[in-house]
Design a protein around this ligand. Structure first.
Ligand SMILES: [Zn+2]
Length: 335
């Protein structure tokens, strides 16, 4: 007997096959105390002009990362159908409940969107959104750009990235778009926790998947917001979907070849960094001290770099816990 696959409970108020520009919602029924027949309303814009490839652009996969939503609300407001060939689907706040609350995960179910794939049509709110992307939006896409930043607990050198993949053609197309994005840094990325990621879902479908880490600390700077706006446009032009001239910028390529790139805390305490993002560090160099905060007179714990390279990402908040990623060091490579 064939198993019946339950349809997605999400319905779109836009028609993805119509030419022109439409601003609407992905509406997910969500019954709760203040609205028995309420819904989660995820803003979406679709711009289509004839035949051509489809780009799917997402921000706020994590709700406290702001460069993506800034670039995508701006693009949705300003893009003209006559400048598009094919289709652009824009979802500035993929995990809308998390974005509205200013938190990484959803306040409804504590769902981390980037660990929820492939999702479930009969699961939690976060799983239902993931399932809609998995079964409806991703299959429409040729190119997928998913914006991330450090959120409230991490800070990154601004970079665009793709993954090393078994399919070398798919990998090469992704790195072409990373170069076109033109962030100050471009990264060949290693994931420390790839199961359930949107990235993995898109890549396993054969899509060209590009992501970013553009800053952090639960805010966006003028510089990182502009990098996101320009990079998004550059990528769409390089993909042949948007007309116009790209802002060509040089980029420094970085590689994260193995787990030695990451330094984790083993103690609670107050972190004092001894290097800043963008500094070159040597293997065994002290990159941070962790001071115990319960009493005075104790020696701080030394955290040493496990490899030489460029200080690429760091813990953002002043206090750390055992298991927190304190520092990421990447190799500078010739692109
Ligand atoms: Zn993120």
């Amino acid at each position: 007997m064939e198993t019946q696959v339950r349809p997605s409970p999400v319905s779109a108020t836009v028609d993805f096959d119509s030419d022109g520009i439409q601003h609407g919602f992905l509406r997910l029924p969500y019954s709760r105390d203040d609205a028995a027949w309420g819904s989660v309303m995820i803003p979406v814009t679709v711009v289509k002009n004839g035949e051509g490839p489809t780009a799917l652009l997402t921000g706020a996969n994590h709700g406290d990362e702001y460069e993506g939503p800034i670039a995508l609300f701006e693009l949705a407001r300003s893009v003209r159908p006559e400048d598009v060939r094919g289709r652009v689907i824009i979802v500035p706040a993929m995990n809308q409940p998390a974005f509205a609350a200013g938190t990484r995960t959803s306040p409804i179910d504590k769902g981390n969107m980037n660990r929820a794939f492939p999702g479930r049509p009969d699961g939690t709110v976060t799983e239902k959104i993931a399932d809609y992307f998995q079964r409806v939006l991703l299959p429409m896409a040729d190119v997928v750009l998913d914006f991330h930043s450090g959120g409230k607990t991490l800070d990154f050198l601004p970079f665009c990235a793709a993954h090393i993949l078994p399919d070398k053609q798919q990998e090469a197309r992704a790195f072409e778009l990373v170069r076109a994005f033109g962030a100050p840094y471009s990264v060949k990325m290693l994931e420390i926790d790839a199961v359930g990621m949107y990235d993995t879902a898109a890549e396993e479908m054969g899509k060209v998947f590009v992501t970013t880490e553009l800053g952090g600390g639960g805010t966006a700077s003028a510089r990182t917001a502009q990098i996101a706006i320009d990079g998004c446009r550059n990528l769409l032009i390089a993909a042949g979907i948007l007309k116009g001239k790209p802002e060509v910028r040089s980029t420094q390529w970085l590689d994260m070849p193995d787990g030695d790139c990451f330094t984790f805390a083993e103690d609670h305490g107050l972190v004092r960094f001894c290097a800043d993002l963008g500094d070159k560090v040597q293997k065994e160099q002290i990159i941070a001290f962790i001071y115990p905060i319960g009493r005075t007179g104790l020696k701080p714990v030394e955290l040493r770099a496990r490899r030489s390279g460029l200080f690429t990402a760091r813990h953002f908040l002043g206090l750390v816990k055992p298991g927190d990623c304190v520092a990421v060091i990447a190799d500078e490579i010739i692109g």
